[in-house]
Design a protein around this ligand. Structure first.
Ligand SMILES: [Zn+2]
Length: 291
């Protein structure tokens, strides 16, 4: 395999697993601009081709989920403005999890908007230390970012409310200690739709699931995460990366006129089952390797 092809293959693997962000920086497919669009109700996509970012527009201001890489805020801003909203109206900033490809832009967005940063307890020290307290990547410079102060510490089941919209934070830890899956209800065409934005169920290469002295209950946290994800009612399936829910393919259908393109309860179930199987396989592999 030619070196360039090799990098591409590695990057593709990385893309599927949300792994080392150095590849994210090198992989244009992650950061290429993508047209912003309305998913349902007051929920919009304002991310790049793979790094998802979600905007929720309420009469009392905007909520943004995921600030992505340090280089992402100008792109997110452009998407928000293209949709006709004011970037400065972002009142609350949330994240899927405290990895550099989802939260490195936070300090910049907070500086520009004055948004309140609300983060799940397990990820608070990571975002406030700029990644240095991450259980897996703390010592890796490429995984670090500008620290940002957290205004509100979230706990499992907490809600974030603004202008009549209610988002619920589900602790789905493992990938990070505070990985958060966000849910909300939208009404579209008179129909109530349950929205699930998956934080990340992926086991990154190098993650120690067995005898992890830094994060002893990592495997139990993943198991709990899959219990939670299996139980969530889901009509609209979304996630921290577009690749989780085949965004490019669904967007093409949406653009061609299929306004139900993002309604995919079966796809959600299949994705969760697939990721749970991948976790179990890796857990067994590591358990066997110990003997
Ligand atoms: Zn991640």
């Amino acid at each position: 395999m030619k070196p360039s092809k090799m990098i591409r293959a590695l990057a593709l693997t990385a893309l599927l697993h949300c792994t080392l962000p150095i590849w994210a920086v090198q992989e244009p497919a992650w950061t290429a601009p993508f047209p912003p669009y309305r998913i349902a109700g007051n929920l919009y996509y304002v991310g790049s081709a793979d790094l998802a970012s979600y905007l929720i527009a309420t009469p009392k201001g905007l909520i943004l989920i995921d600030s992505n890489l340090a280089s992402s805020p100008p792109l997110i801003r452009k998407s928000v403005e293209t949709l006709g909203f004011r970037f400065s109206d972002i009142k609350i900033l949330l994240i899927s999890h405290a990895h550099v490809d989802h939260c490195a832009g936070s300090a910049e967005i907070i500086r520009e908007t004055g948004a309140k940063y609300e983060v799940m307890k397990g990820d608070v020290s990571v975002v406030e230390s700029g990644g240095k307290s991450d259980f897996a990547y703390g010592a890796e410079k490429d995984m670090q970012f500008v620290p940002a102060h957290v205004d509100r510490v979230l706990h499992d089941g907490d809600t974030v409310q603004l202008g009549g919209t209610v988002l619920t934070a589900h602790l789905t830890a493992g990938h990070t200690r505070g990985t958060t899956t966000w849910t909300m209800d939208e009404t579209e065409g008179g129909r109530l739709l349950h929205v699930v934005i998956v934080g990340s169920p992926n086991v990154n290469p190098g993650y120690k699931l067995v005898s992890n002295t830094v994060y002893p209950k990592i495997a139990a946290d993943y198991e709990h995460q899959f219990e939670v994800l299996r139980a969530l009612p889901c009509d609209i399936f979304l996630g921290a990366h577009g690749s989780y829910f085949d965004m490019t393919e669904k967007y093409a259908r949406w653009k061609a006129g299929d306004k139900n393109a993002f309604i995919d309860p079966a796809g959600y179930k299949a994705y969760v089952a697939d990721r749970e199987q991948a976790f179990e396989t890796e857990l067994q592999r590591q358990r066997t390797a110990r003997h």
